[in-house]
Design a protein around this ligand. Structure first.
Ligand code: F6P
Length: 342
């Protein structure tokens, strides 16, 4: 391998720069390879926008949020002719292998490009949502949980001071990992996740019972992907790439809880706060280990694979396995959370 390409696509997450840095340094120092950065995800490959990356280019980025390469949700299959729309950039830059850092959508596209055009790809799973199959964890998740937990802790003290029910909405798309972890960490009185059906009247009963026992406030954590209560609509627009924009279901649920409990209920939607800023130490280490492993896999010619972590070990799994499903919160974890409701 002489030239390794690297791109970041989909929603950003803390730790992307740590992966880029690790790929560049490992490729240069261990495999004597050059690295070409692709700008703005697949868009850069489709439009020929690249930049060389050497060791100096990645100094000082380990702790920086976002991605120095930029990202987008443009997809060569949806917005172009699949592999044909990338071919000229791959050839012009003599790219021998490509490290694709992305979530489930990006990894599916990478797998398709590998299957259809033989694009020599190695995947790196990223997302604050922690929902990628075949890996125990994705980088970015730990940081998002930390931020959400700190926010819920803060909301808890003001809830207590004002005798209020507070609803905190966290990200996670169709899965409830951030809600489950941050809710457990902050001692939430109820946690609503898309994997588990809920009944607003039952949640209200938990809150009323808690108040009868002398507690004057309650904190409920809700994942953005939870369905709104029956009969209530949430205005969810579509973004420029055709994806549904989540966020705001807590307002509808809050309205229902207030109606059922009679207690003043306030809503906080944490939104992109959870995705911005510096990665946690845990995410920096995981992202660095993933980047090193991805450069090694590319150098060994093990394409169509994704780096993963299982237990304490970094391993490689077929992209097909990672893309086969979206990983949700297991019932055992929700059972732990539920033990502390009320
Ligand atoms: O997939 C990561 C994520 O942050 C989700 O939790 C969230 O629903 C989505 O991206 C938001 O994306 P955007 O910034 O494009 O609205």
């Amino acid at each position: 391998m002489n030239v390794l390409g690297v791109l970041t696509a989909g929603g950003d997450c803390p730790g992307l720069n740590a992966v880029i840095r690790a790929v560049v340094v490992r490729a240069a120092e261990t495999h004597d390879a050059e690295v070409v950065g692709i700008l703005n995800g697949w868009e850069g490959l489709m439009e020929g926008r690249t930049r060389p990356l050497d060791r100096d280019d990645v100094r000082g980025i380990l702790a920086r949020g976002g991605t120095i390469l930029g990202t987008s949700r443009l997809d060569p299959y949806v917005h172009g002719d699949g592999y044909d729309s990338l071919r000229s950039t791959i050839e012009a830059n003599d790219i021998d292998a490509l490290v694709v850092i992305g979530g489930d959508g990006t990894l599916k596209t990478a797998m398709q490009l590998y299957d259809d055009g033989g694009l020599p790809v190695v995947g790196v799973p990223k997302t604050i949502d922690n929902d990628i199959a075949a890996t125990d964890i994705t980088f970015g998740f730990d940081t998002a949980v930390q931020i959400a937990t700190e926010a819920i802790d803060r909301i808890t003290t003001t809830a207590e001071a004002h005798n209020r029910v507070m609803l905190v909405e966290v990200m996670g798309r169709t899965k409830g990992w951030i809600a489950a972890y941050a809710g457990i960490a902050a001692g939430a009185d109820a946690i609503l996740i898309p994997e588990v059906e809920y009944d607003p009247a039952a949640i209200a009963r938990i809150i009323r019972k808690r108040h009868r026992r002398g507690h004057t406030y309650s904190v409920v954590v809700i994942a953005e992907g939870v369905d709104p209560p029956a009969g209530l609509e949430v205005d969810q627009r579509i973004d420029q790439f055709g994806f549904k924009r989540l966020g705001g279901v807590a307002y509808a649920v809050g309205q229902e809880l207030e109606r059922h409990t009679g207690f003043e209920t306030r809503v906080t939607v944490l939104g992109h706060l959870q995705r911005g800023g510096t990665p946690s130490a845990t995410d920096r280490v995981l992202a660095t280990r993933f980047g090193v492993a991805a450069a090694d896999l590319a150098a060994e010619g093990k394409y169509g694979m994704m780096v993963a972590v299982r237990g304490a070990e970094i391993s490689a799994v077929p992209l097909a396995e990672a893309c086969a499903s979206i990983r949700g919160v297991p019932p055992e974890l929700y059972d732990v959370a539920e033990t502390f409701f009320g």
